[in-house]
Design a protein around this ligand. Structure first.
Ligand SMILES: *Cc1c(COP(=O)(O)O)cnc(C)c1O
Length: 712
């Protein structure tokens, strides 16, 4: 892997700590908390105020302060330690160099969004965070992955909740100079890609982000040669209007392949994270058609290198376009493939009751050798859902496999766990984190040490929420009731449940509120306080999602909740980190089987939080009776109404009869031994199995290696 851009060097730093500049321009620091802390220690207030942006911090920090720090022995010791790690990370032989000598060419990874850090808001939720974790793990393993996405000029929106609970979306223009992105240039000119539409040409330039060893290339249509409309194309994620949507996907798939070619890459595998990138299959076929192959032959030759991961178990959630839009933007493209319009449409045609549409997942499924869902149950659901494409095969033989998602351990594990795990598992625990036998040693951690660390993280969460409210209150326009609803009354010693995710209706955020009176009784029992922290955004065009937020917010605001139900605005990776590290229980109530996998529960479990969740997605595979609790049964229900009622009743009963009594079953040292045993079970079972380490190795073995072999 190589980096093509020159990161703009724009810091004046004392010589002794000058390497902070290089650290700030590679996101490696974002998943090495001890490196992030080097920035924080320069000036904690400024670091928080700037939202953890090291580039701005280094530019805006007082130079007298920097000179002082450059002489602080304690700081310099940490500095040297971090850079020793940094140098060894980039110099030592990687796992892939040792284990995978056959992978020489790059693996290309395409995704509409990437969640790498809160300062680069080019993600909306789980799909993006998964992609970000995929890149970080690829860097750790030394897999020669290169990635393609979009540099959204405004990023994803920030969320404000009005006094009445209505979500307001704030879109701010990002300042690229403040971000770890560099424009890719050749001979001092931006490298661009072009796509000819029937009536005009669309151009895009390319930004490079360094994710450890992995380069991420982000397309940006905001260039002078484009019309004003086209310049806005990459301003935001997920335009709800289909015209922009198809243009974005054409730019990602077709433009993305052209970008990699312009940068000199010849990938051996092409991985599509969701159907948005499926046009890449056509563009790669077009390259061979230009060399003289017929389309069918070209598509067949490329198939073995195409890999498609689907994430959507709901038919309506899949991307499809009306044919008039296909005509509008691709009428000159099928000719280049040597196809008629009819033949072109047939490749991805989906017969719907309202007529024929052009389906992105069908395009990807038909032109990829390997496809997969993201949990065992989702694999089953996907095989059933797409079985009409393989009419002569039994559903179980539909060629859609599954690889269950994982999370990047170092990115999501609280910094303070590292010394604890080094002490009881060995200094090399991180290299071996997917070894289940090693993780059994978590049992040897003394209960008091684990519990004290957990209490520290709970206090940190409570103080963090308090500071956020103070900040909002100070700036005005915040009603006192909202102050209470935002968590100022949170007790760092009470049983704390987290519920944070996108507010899509299938996630049933209000299931726990289905009997508000009963819930209020449960949380207010003398000496057994329970608090629930809600957070999450709804897509700006999703009114049912916004109404759900409003319903939750209106409940949270009631005085009877005693400040024990709270809603925190603006869920992002930063808030997610505090929550998954600081709560006791992670609640998840999707309507089975619509949660393809879910990942936030994994982040919580590796930090010792106990999942309390519907047996859907990943939790159905992880739950063993000891590492958390289930909600509802592992089966389909007669109707959504029956399902909701049964799940709600089960939720309340388990909370009342098992979770609360166990949490408060304190011994003389104020600890519940049974609870801590469960925390250890959660960590032992989830760290190895639900890591991107295990996940990426499966992608390598099942998909990347066969693709590489088929090429050579
Ligand atoms: C992990 C994460 C998600 C995904 O959560 P789910 O479990 O899939 O609901 C969404 N948003 C943020 C900010 C995250 O960190």
């Amino acid at each position: 892997m190589k980096f093509l851009s020159t990161p703009p060097q724009k810091f004046t730093l004392p010589k002794r700590i000058a390497r902070l500049g290089a650290l700030a321009t590679n996101l490696w620091w974002a998943w090495h908390p001890e490196a992030a802390r080097l920035f924080g220690r320069l000036d904690y207030d400024l670091w928080e105020q700037l939202g953890h942006n090291p580039i701005r911090l280094l530019r805006e920090i007082d130079s007298a302060r920097l000179s002082l720090i450059a002489k602080d022995q304690d700081y310099l010791a940490s500095y040297d330690e971090v850079f020793e790690k940094y140098d060894s990370y980039f110099q030592k032989e990687t796992w892939a160099q040792k284990e995978l000598p056959e992978i020489k060419d790059s693996i290309a990874y395409f995704s509409m969004e990437y969640g790498l850090h809160e300062t680069l808001p080019i993600y909306s939720g789980g799909l993006g965070v998964l992609a970000g974790d995929h890149l970080k793990e690829s860097s750790d393993l030394g897999l020669p992955l290169i990635a393609v996405g979009f540099m959204y000029a405004q990023g994803y929106f920030s969320q404000r909740i009005s006094e009445d609970g209505w979500q307001e979306a704030l879109n701010k223009q990002l300042t690229f100079e403040d971000l770890p992105v560099a424009l890719v240039t050749k001979n001092n000119q931006p490298v661009t890609v072009e796509i000819k539409f029937p009536d005009r040409t669309l151009s895009a330039q390319i930004w490079e982000v360094r994710v450890g060893r992995v380069p991420l290339y982000l397309l940006d249509s905001n260039v002078p040669s484009n019309s004003e409309y086209d310049r806005q194309l990459t301003a935001r994620l997920y335009w709800s209007d289909l015209d922009r949507r198809i243009m974005q996907e054409i730019l990602l798939g077709i433009g993305g392949v052209r970008a990699l070619r312009a940068l000199g890459y010849a990938p051996a595998a092409w991985h599509m994270n969701e159907g948005h990138a499926a046009f890449l299959t056509l563009e790669r076929a077009r390259e061979l058609v230009a060399e003289g192959f017929a389309f069918a032959d070209a598509a067949q030759r490329n198939r073995a290198q195409n890999i498609f991961t689907t994430h959507t178990p709901v038919p309506a959630g899949n991307d499809e376009f009306p044919l008039w839009l296909v005509d509008k933007y691709l009428a000159n493209y099928w000719g280049e493939l040597g196809l008629t319009r009819e033949e072109f449409v047939q490749v991805a045609a989906h017969q719907q009751p309202h007529g024929e549409t052009y389906s992105m997942p069908i395009l990807a499924l038909k032109l990829s050798a390997k496809s997969n869902g993201v949990s065992a149950l989702h694999g089953e659901v996907a095989r059933e859902m797409w079985s009409f494409l393989w009419k002569d095969q039994a559903v179980k033989d539909v060629p859609i496999d599954h690889v269950t998602n994982g999370v990047h351990t170092r990115n999501w594990l609280a910094r303070r766990f590292n010394p604890l795990l080094e002490k009881y598992l060995g200094a090399d625990w991180y290299e071996r984190l997917d070894e289940r036998a090693l993780m059994e040693k978590i049992d040897s951690i003394p209960n008091a040490e684990l519990w004290n660390l957990h209490l520290h993280l709970k206090r940190k969460l409570a103080f963090y929420l308090r500071e956020r409210v103070r900040e909002r209150w100070t700036h005005g326009g915040f009603h006192p009731v909202q102050v209470v609803s935002s968590g100022v009354l949170i007790n760092p010693y009470a049983l704390t449940i987290g519920f944070a995710r996108r507010f899509a209706t299938y996630k049933r955020a209000s299931l726990v509120l289905s009997d508000v009176e009963r819930l209020i009784q449960i949380i207010n029992r003398p000496n057994l306080p329970v608090q629930i922290i809600f957070a999450g955004k709804a897509h700006p065009a999703d009114d049912p999602g916004k109404q759900l937020i409003q319903k939750v917010y209106r409940t949270v605001k009631q005085a009877e909740t005693g400040g024990r139900l709270v809603f925190i605005e603006d869920y992002d990776m930063n808030l997610a980190r505090y929550l998954v590290q600081g709560v006791d229980v992670w609640l998840n109530t999707p309507r089975r089987p619509y949660e393809a996998s879910g990942t936030s529960g994994m982040k919580a479990a590796i930090n010792g939080a106990l999942n309390f969740s519907v047996l859907d997605g990943w939790w159905r595979e992880a739950y063993d009776g000891q590492n958390g609790w289930s909600i509802g049964r592992d089966q389909a229900y007669e109707s959504p109404e029956i399902q909701d009622a049964a799940d709600a009743e089960d939720l309340y009963q388990t909370l009342e009869n098992e979770i609360i009594p166990m949490y408060y079953d304190h011994d003389a040292k104020e600890m519940s031994q049974a609870w801590i045993a469960r925390m250890k079970s959660a960590m032992k079972t989830v760290i190895p199995q639900f890591s991107t380490r295990r996940m990426l190795k499966q992608y390598i073995e099942k998909f990347y290696i066969p693709a590489v072999k088929s090429k050579s």
